[in-house]
Ligand binder design. Structure first.
Ligand code: SF4
Length: 222
């Protein structure tokens, strides 16, 4: 990796953080809610996820054991606002199978262990890909596993930090190697907030068709 890319990635955080402040972004009230949200957010907006989560809460089933006890079509009905609701209900049930049957519904136990092993366990669940697994690891499991999403990919490609067709694992390795410029104790918070800052820039400025570079916090890095 070029030294200039490392320095640019570190400066990018300083610029985003100075503009937006710490995002205090925690996608869910509990680790279990983070897991459910990470699965529901596939191919939909976070707003739709929030509506589905609200329905699960209102029905009193935002709990591993109670959710696991639901039939698939009942669960699908609860998560309907998140779109692709039958597929997502199936994915949630696959996730709940391992969580409830092997770990008594304890998310902390399910996510316990060396990051590489827990990540493999998550990736073995049908419907859980790298982005979903890393979101769960980083935000629900306190594992250092950088999340790469479409915003990351677009911003990195436009700045020449990585080619547009870069593989997920390569982008993740790039970030994990470059973003070690914080002491261990705050690295987790740094990586969480870094991802949150990229999401904010991606939504507010780095639009797919017409990026709004004028006024974007990352404009000095173009
Ligand atoms: S909007 Fe422009 S300056 Fe901002 S991240 Fe995208 S390409 Fe960079």
């Amino acid at each position: 990796m070029k030294r200039s890319t490392t320095l640019a990635l570190r400066r990018a955080y300083r610029l985003m953080r100075r503009r937006h402040g710490h995002q205090n972004w925690w996608p869910g009230d509990t680790p279990f809610e983070v897991c459910v949200g990470a699965i529901l957010t596939q191919n939909t907006s976070w707003r739709n996820v929030e509506r589905a989560i609200a329905r699960l809460k209102a029905a009193g089933v935002l709990d591993p054991v109670r959710m696991h006890a639901l039939a698939e079509d009942q669960l699908a009905e609860h998560v309907r606002p998140a779109g692709y609701y039958r597929v997502k209900a199936r994915r949630l049930r696959a996730f709940l199978g391992g969580l409830v049957e092997s770990h008594g519904g304890r998310v902390d136990r399910w996510l316990e262990g060396p990051t590489i092993e827990v990540r493999r366990r998550l990736l073995d669940v049908p419907g859980i890909g790298p982005e979903t697994a890393d979101s769960i690891l980083l935000y629900a499991g306190e594992h250092l596993s950088f999340v790469v999403d479409a915003y990351t990919r677009r911003i990195f490609a436009r700045h020449g930090w990585a080619p547009p067709e870069a593989a997920y694992d390569d982008l993740q390795a790039l970030c994990a190697t470059a973003l070690r410029d914080r002491p261990g104790a705050i690295l987790l918070d740094y990586w969480r907030d870094y991802h949150a800052q990229l999401v904010r820039v991606g939504k507010d400025y780095c639009r797919p068709r017409a990026p709004r570079c004028a006024g974007c916090p990352l404009e000095p890095l173009l």
